[in-house]
Design a protein around this ligand. Structure first.
Ligand code: NDP
Length: 333
């Protein structure tokens, strides 16, 4: 579709986000014969597409690369008839005439009977001096993308969660030494990941320490850290700094549209319904304790089934004359 030209098609379901949650919703909805469009502001896959190896998703005992897993999900959704549009971001959603919804994207307006929000999360920035200056010159949020650049070199990973530990371990495939800088004396990561990390001779734990500054001339040369218990400052000689200090939901644009918690995560009920009729949500951007692919796909499936029921109920409410005319595809956007 050319830029800014209104899309006259009426979809049964528009899914915002093509990570595991959105793609699973797409598989279920299109298999349930809903006319389904999946919109993704980047490339399909979300955060898992940047993950080296997924070991805890059922059905892959040897593990599977995050990229391969996301491509399989995308193919499966398309095989059932879902349309996937990449590099098309959604900026607004509003109620339209006749109980329909208008979805505004950076290319135009799309009308739909229902919406599933699966916008995911994005890596948090530390805000320390040097972080912004050295992006692409030693500062990264993606070991899978950039790890190979550090063959034979020394890097620091900041954080103590699953991402920091797993991506730090991945970096030991290339780097000679990986400092793991964590602000406490205990990791948050899963036990199995911790055990592997402690057994790896290339990993050096820097406990009770927070990053203060990233230094260098053209490229990163050092990470300054401070021990929060002793106040001692230390300069780690590193060529790269990988930051894994948590994530924020991609939901700023949903302010005033659906209810969110104080951190911006979307509130849903047990059937994945949001505060706006016809709008459901699933995946890492929703409130919930387990940010895992397995949960995302479960909630994505549930959201799709609920959207299908919602659309069926809407259809029953459409006057016969309008249905005979093929819905209201000609209605103004
Ligand atoms: P988490 O929120 O789990 O961990 C963030 C880490 O960064 C914590 O250790 C936290 O410290 C530390 N941190 C936070 N803010 C700062 C700061 N300003 N300065 C220094 N350190 C900071 O994020 P992850 O990205 O690791 O994981 C997100 C979710 O995804 C989790 O639920 C995780 O389990 C899941 N995940 C699962 C994987 C798997 O199962 N294979 C792989 C990757 C992620 P503290 O511990 O003190 O709070």
């Amino acid at each position: 579709m050319p830029d800014s030209e209104p899309d006259t098609a009426l979809f049964d379901l528009v899914i915002v986000g093509a990570g595991p949650a959105g793609l699973t919703a797409g598989i279920y909805a299109s298999r349930g014969r809903l006319k389904t469009l999946i919109l993704e502001r980047n490339m399909a896959g979300g955060q898992i597409a940047l993950t080296d190896l997924v070991e805890n998703y059922p059905g892959f005992p040897e593990g599977i690369s995050g990229f391969d897993l996301s491509q399989k999900m995308k193919t499966q959704a398309e095989e059932f008839g879902a349309e996937v549009r990449e590099i098309e971001g959604v900026t607004a959603i509003r109620q339209d005439d006749g109980g329909r919804l208008a979805v505004t994207t950076d290319r135009g307006t799309i009308r739909t009977r229902s919406v599933i929000l699966a916008p995911g999360v994005e890596p948090r920035r530390s805000g320390i001096p040097g972080e912004a200056e050295f992006i692409g010159r030693g500062v990264s949020w993606c070991a899978t993308c950039d790890g190979a650049l550090y063959r034979g070199r020394t890097v620091a990973v900041i954080g103590g969660g699953d991402s920091a530990v797993e991506e730090g371990m991945f970096l030991t495939k290339f780097a000679d030494k990986v400092y793991l800088v964590h602000r406490r004396d205990e990791l948050r990561a899963a036990q199995i990941a911790q055990e592997r990390c402690f057994d790896n001779s290339k990993m050096e734990l820097v406990w009770d320490s927070v990053p203060r500054r990233i230094d260098g001339k053209d490229m990163v040369e050092a990470l300054e850290v401070e021990n929060v218990k002793t106040g001692e400052q230390r300069s780690l000689p590193v060529n790269g700094v990988f930051i894994y200090i948590g994530q924020d939901p991609n939901t700023v644009w949903l302010e005033g549209v659906v209810e969110r918690d104080e951190h911006g995560y979307i509130l849903t009920d047990e059937l994945q319904r949001t505060s706006m009729p016809g709008v459901f949500a699933c995946g890492d951007a929703t409130v919930g304790p387990l940010k895992q692919i397995a949960r995302a796909v479960g909630d994505g499936a549930l959201a799709a089934v609920q959207a299908e029921k919602y659309v069926d109920a809407l259809e029953c409410a459409v006057p016969d004359a309008e249905r005979a005319a093929g819905g209201s595809a000609a209605a103004p956007a």
